[in-house]
Structures are given as structure tokens and as C-alpha cells.
Ligand binder design. Structure first.
Ligand SMILES: [Zn+2]
Length: 398
């Protein structure tokens, strides 16, 4: 039961606010319990699930003695979300035609701003930057990116950075934009590599997290499903390596009907495979938040291959360059649950890309809702870590 609880139930619990319901309270477990289960919340959920029910929303009596910690966490989440929306009103919005060098890296940016930024970078720097799309999302939005490159050396290799797979992890999108800014200012890295940056892999979920549900994680597919319409798929459980169907449709880590059932994952995999044939990929970053961790392949300890020496050394280069202290290791050694169908496992095991990592940007303090100075720290951590890895890859001809 314990194992079942940790492996299946906890990762699948949704993160939301509480709703009063006569003498009961409907709780949805807070994001922290979904991503990093706290002991108090686990105890309550364990008691509830032991009674024979599987909970999506958790209905408990107000008199239930153990509800305090869930209630507190929800109140805390609500106040963080309110504080964040006040702060967002103060941001310098990136408008169509604005100079990309003026991008505000202390605040998050919505999908319209990201599009404006991509357009401005490509229009103002035609000799360095080109726009590209890897295809469309399930709701028909373009999944766009920027290729940054200087010079035409025949043997030039590539690095790919992808962010925004999980909709609510807004800081990852700002980090990707911050990297583009750095590459435009300091051109040394784009002389070494062709660098591809995709700031929002999951545009449908990203829009939904801005407009409807701040803590939304998945895509927005399954529109016509009667049980959970529009409940979507966790794109970072939908890749075709060590995929597993254990999680149910309505849960936050639902992996899809089949591996690569989602346009977001298959479009990325197709793009990476084609690129790897024409210009071999040295490194791949799938950027997430939060936890200040550097996750390396090995989502399932049963299938964990010995960490490749090159990848381990590259991860050390990353964590030596950050201001915040990052913990690096295989996914299964760091997160308290098993991960199947993740992008980094697929990219390493199937595409054989030598350097593959998922930085989890930001601390636990404000979780998915970091304050401006925390956003900026995460952006600079990622940019410095990325640069260290790219230089390492170039020096070692990886
Ligand atoms: Zn994530």
C-alpha cells in the first residue's frame, strides 16, 4: 500500500484551492504535496485512501483533525497567487516590435509576449536568429522557437533547450528568454554551436494557466472526454521510452493513451531526430521548476543505467556555475516517485544525445510563484549553468 501510495496516488493528486461544501470541505492537495509530498498531507491522504476510495478531489468532514495542514497550504497558495497577479500588473509587458534587449527578466511573460519576443529577435537580428516551428499543439497553436547561430562551420553541432512543458512552471519560459538575450549579447557560444530554444512546448496549457487555472500542469487535449473534458496529458510522461499507463485520465501525471499520443511530444521528438541526423545534438535541456535540482536521466530506478561519465561531468559544470545550490542526480534518486515516459530518458536512450538534463529552477520558498528577485536568480542560474555546459561540450568535442 505504501509503495502504491507513493508511486501512483501522490504524484497524481491535483493542486487546487479548497471549496466549502455544506459540512464537508472539498480539498485538492496543494502543489507541494503533489510534487514533494509533505508528511502531514501524506498521512491524511493515506488514511483516506485506506478507506477504499481513490480521490481526485478529497472530501473530508470539517471536524477531521488532520485537515489543518492541507487547509493551511491552500491558504498559502491562494495568497501567493494573489501576490503574483498584483506583481504581474507591474511588469514591463513585451509588446510587438519592442527591442528584445529590453525584455524584463524579473517577471513572467504570457504567450502573446513570448510570440512578440520571438518575432522581434528574428526581425532585428536576421544574421543571427531564425524563427522556426516544430508543429502545432492539440488546440492548433504553433510551437515556436528560435535558432541562434553565427558562422557556417561545416562540423558545427547543436544544442536544444526546451521549456514550458509543464504549464504552471512560468519561470522556465522567462529563463529560456533570458538565455536568448544572453546569446545575442555574447556571441561566443553561437559561434561554437547552433542553439535552438523552444520557450513554450505546451502553449495550450500555458495559456490555460494564465487565463483559468494558475496551477495547471498538463496539455489541454481530451476535449471530448466525458469524464474529464480538456483534462490533457502530462507531456513529460508521454515520450516513448519506459512509458507506463499506470496513472488515470483525470490525474495530473496522466501519460496519455499511448506513448507519443500528444502532438507536443511527437513533434518535439521528430524535430530532435531530424536535427540529430543533420547536425548532431551535443546537449538537450528540458527546463522545469522548482527545487533547485539538476535531474539527469533515470526516471525509474529499475531501469537506471549507470550515469554516463560525460553527462555527470557536464552536470558538475552546470552546478558549479550557479548562484543557488543545486543538487544533481538521476531522477529516481532525487524525486520521491517513479517517472516514466520523460523527455530526458527518451533523448538519452533513443536519440543517444550525450548531455541531457532537466534543471528544476527555483527554491521551495515560493514554489511555482517566485518573487521578482527569485525569478531573476533562476534566469541567471540557468543562463550561467547552460554556458558552463556548452563550453564543457565544446572543449571536449562532445
Ligand atoms: Zn515540470
Amino acid at each position: 500500500m505504501n509503495l502504491l501510495f507513493i508511486v501512483i496516488i501522490i504524484p497524481c493528486i491535483l493542486a487546487q484551492n479548497w471549496l466549502p461544501y455544506e459540512k464537508k470541505v472539498i480539498y485538492r492537495a496543494p502543489a507541494s504535496s503533489m510534487h514533494r509530498p509533505s508528511r502531514d498531507t501524506s498521512t491524511i491522504l493515506k488514511t483516506l485512501t485506506a478507506n477504499g476510495s481513490i480521490f481526485h478531489d478529497i472530501v473530508v468532514d470539517r471536524s477531521y483533525r488532520g485537515t489543518r495542514s492541507i487547509d493551511d497550504s491552500n491558504a498559502e497558495l491562494s495568497s501567493l497567487i494573489k501576490a503574483e497577479s498584483k506583481e504581474l500588473a507591474r511588469r514591463q509587458k513585451f509588446k510587438h516590435g519592442d527591442n528584445p534587449l529590453s525584455i524584463d527578466l524579473w517577471h513572467h511573460h504570457d504567450l502573446g509576449e513570448v510570440k512578440n519576443f520571438i518575432d522581434s529577435v528574428a526581425t532585428r537580428n536576421p544574421e543571427l536568429a531564425q524563427k522556426f516551428t516544430i508543429g502545432k499543439s492539440s488546440e492548433g497553436r504553433k510551437i515556436a522557437g528560435l535558432k541562434l547561430s553565427k558562422g557556417n562551420e561545416a562540423q558545427k553541432k547543436s544544442i536544444v533547450v526546451m521549456a514550458g512543458a509543464h504549464a504552471r512552471e512560468w519561470v522556465t519560459v522567462t529563463a529560456a528568454m533570458g538565455l536568448v538575450l544572453k546569446l545575442l549579447k555574447d556571441k561566443s557560444l553561437i559561434k561554437m554551436f547552433d542553439i535552438y530554444v523552444i520557450p513554450v512546448l505546451n502553449p495550450d496549457g500555458y495559456v490555460y494557466s494564465w487565463e483559468t487555472d494558475r496551477l495547471w500542469r498538463k496539455t489541454r487535449s481530451n476535449r471530448n472526454n466525458k469524464l474529464c473534458p480538456g483534462r490533457g496529458v502530462d507531456v513529460n510522461r508521454n515520450f516513448g521510452y519506459n512509458w507506463d499507463s499506470a496513472c488515470e485520465l483525470c490525474y495530473d501525471e496522466y501519460p496519455g493513451r499511448t506513448p507519443f499520443s500528444e502532438p507536443e511530444s511527437i513533434n518535439l521528438a521528430t524535430f530532435l531526430a531530424r536535427l540529430n541526423q543533420s547536425s548532431s545534438i551535443s546537449a538537450f535541456f528540458d527546463v522545469h521548476s522548482y527545487g533547485n535540482e539538476l535531474l539527469l536521466p533515470g526516471g525509474d530506478c529499475k531501469h537506471k543505467s549507470k550515469l554516463d561519465k560525460v553527462n555527470r561531468e557536464a552536470s558538475q559544470a552546470f552546478i558549479s556555475a550557479t548562484t543557488s545550490t543545486f543538487k544533481a542526480g538521476s531522477v529516481c534518486d532525487i524525486v520521491p516517485y517513479t517517472v516514466h515516459g520523460a523527455s530526458i530518458d527518451y533523448v538519452q536512450q533513443v536519440l543517444k544525445v550525450p548531455i541531457v538534463m532537466s534543471p528544476e529552477l527555483g527554491s521551495y520558498t515560493h514554489g511555482f510563484m517566485p518573487k521578482p528577485e527569485e525569478i531573476y536568480t533562476s534566469v541567471t542560474d540557468f543562463v550561467h549553468g547552460f554556458m558552463a555546459v556548452a563550453k564543457f561540450a565544446f572543449q571536449h568535442n562532445i
